[in-house]
Design a protein around this ligand. Structure first.
Ligand SMILES: Nc1ncnc2c1ncn2[C@@H]1O[C@H](COP(=O)(O)OP(=O)(O)OP(=O)(O)O)[C@@H](O)[C@H]1O
Length: 253
């Protein structure tokens, strides 16, 4: 699969939230999308899954220009976790994934479901018969990740999939994504740069609606600080707050 973004721009009213984003990526790339809050990352993900329409520019998949409504055949090649995902919480994890399997016309998904849930949920056997409504935030998040992978998508779009996960769970998800990396083109965002460093082959840094860097992780780290977080801070220059907070920080005031 080859994905090309051509001068993708998105505005809300007069405000441009993503400007002139162009890139070409293919199967095997895991693109870590990073940038400060409000930079435009989720906007990009929403454009990639056809939830938002670009104001201008184009998305081209394997040479086919995707119009206003992506063809169903294209959507079937995608797996996406956007805005924390929405599960049907009256169902158990297995029932929910069976439902997802039916949506994708996957016969005999039982072994896939068992292995995904077994890998991601340490406590799978204990919660097998429990409804998702009784799951913790992190457990639900892992079920949502499993739902994205079940049909072996060729384009995997994960907006902050590690949110709410403890270090052990994050490790399980990252291991899974690392093993799957060569099968798909993945876009993943996270504010935890250690997660990005573990799984990404490429880096897309967005700041104030614009691309500040696009290239391989190696290209980014070359001649820069050894730590991705330090290198990112150097590139994006943090703004310093000048607000007086002594009422909060000084006991005597
Ligand atoms: N539906 C909308 N209407 C108007 N403005 C929007 C809308 N959605 C997003 N924005 C604006 O677009 C900008 C980019 O938002 P976006 O959610 O893409 O940022 P982000 O990089 O994902 O941030 P975060 O790291 O906080 O998740 C923000 O200024 C946001 O306020």
């Amino acid at each position: 699969m080859e994905l090309e973004l051509r001068s993708l721009t998105k505005s809300f009213g007069a405000k441009i939230v993503l400007r002139d984003l162009s890139l070409r990526a293919e199967t095997g790339y895991c693109v870590g999308v990073v940038g400060r809050n409000g930079a435009g990352k989720s906007t990009l993900f929403n454009l990639l899954v056809n939830v938002l329409l670009p104001s201008s520019g184009a998305i081209v998949l394997d040479g086919e220009l995707l119009g206003e409504t992506f063809p169903v055949a294209v959507k079937r090649r995608m797996g996406a976790l956007i805005n924390q995902g929405h599960l049907v919480e009256q169902l158990t994890a297995v029932e929910y994934l069976r439902f997802v399997a039916r949506v994708y016309d996957l016969p005999n998904a039982t072994s896939r479901i068992e292995s995904l849930l077994g890998h991601l949920l340490e406590e799978f056997e204990q919660v097998r018969t429990k409804r998702l409504s009784s799951f913790s935030t992190g457990m639900k998040q892992k079920v949502a990740v499993a739902a994205c992978l079940l049909h072996r998508p060729e384009l995997l779009i994960l907006d902050e999939p590690l949110n709410g996960l403890d270090v052990f769970s994050a490790e399980r998800v990252l291991t899974l994504l690392g093993s799957y990396r060569n099968q798909a083109l993945t876009f993943i965002s996270s504010h935890n740069l250690a997660h990005i460093e573990k799984v990404a082959t490429h880096l897309l840094i967005i700041d104030e609606a614009e691309v500040k860097f696009w290239g391989t992780m190696q290209e980014f780290t070359q001649d820069r600080d050894a730590y991705l977080s330090d290198a990112l801070l150097q590139l994006l220059q943090p703004t310093v707050s000048t607000h007086d907070l002594t009422w909060l920080t000084n006991q005597a005031v």
